[in-house]
Design a protein around this ligand. Structure first.
Ligand code: GTP
Ligand code: MG
Length: 195
């Protein structure tokens, strides 16, 4: 799945702009700056594919990428970012919610959580939305390279406890570092087996 070309398809600012629902898709959701775009680059092995940046709020559209002509990988704008003008934030949040609850071909939502910070209230809100929409989601902890081994178990435990409250949560948590490559093959394999 990730051996062939991955290409940027389009950036979408309204539900009416979504590409035809003609293949399965997975999306990457999470707080602003958690590492969604960087993770897509790590998965596809193409550094500059999804635009990543140290400035929170970098991704402002729903960005579609194709993988092997069989899947869409969907990079979402981050949530929980308060430094953009309020109407702009509200517009992203509305689109994000419409997308997460209204896309027939969305097979799995990966909810990214910074391994240093654990699951926050805004993450739980998105998880509850996914519960309501009956979209299976899986938690991906990011930036594992920034967490000491001794702290990993604690964040895994906190995450497990949070997920236990959400019926749409897939139980396996994937610990990743886009920087070091940890968890990337596991995540590729998970995506490749979705049907
Ligand atoms: P928005 O588009 O603003 O919602 O952010 P995003 O979730 O797409 O985050 P992005 O991929 O742009 O990454 C944010 C910052 O985190 C960048 O400076 C990345 O280099 C850094 N980053 C992402 N993943 C990792 C990681 O695994 N390890 C480390 N150390 N830094 C990372
Ligand atoms: Mg981004």
């Amino acid at each position: 799945l990730f051996a062939g070309e991955t290409e940027f398809v389009k950036g979408v600012v309204a539900m009416s702009g979504l590409p035809p629902a003609d293949r399965l898709e997975v999306c990457f959701a999470g707080r602003s700056n958690v590492g969604k775009s960087t993770l897509i680059n790590a998965l596809t092995g193409r550094k500059g594919l999804a635009r990543a940046s140290n400035t929170p709020g970098r991704t402002q559209e729903i960005n579609y990428f194709t993988a092997a002509d069989s899947h869409y990988l969907v990079d979402l704008p981050g949530y929980g970012y308060a430094n953009a003008p309020l109407p702009v934030v509200e517009q992203w949040q509305k689109l994000l919610k419409q997308y997460l609850s209204g896309r027939q071909t969305l097979r799995r939502a990966f909810v990214l959580v910074d391994a240093r910070h654990g699951v926050k209230k805004v993450d739980e809100e998105i998880m509850s939305l996914l519960d309501s929409a009956a979209v299976t989601f899986q938690c991906v902890l990011t930036k594992a390279d920034k967490v000491k081994a001794a702290d990993r178990e604690r964040v895994l435990d906190q995450t497990r406890t949070a997920l236990s409250r959400h019926p749409a949560a897939f139980p396996e948590i994937v610990l990743t570092s886009s920087e070091k490559g940890d968890g990337i093959p596991t995540l590729r394999a998970i995506i490749a087996t979705l049907e």
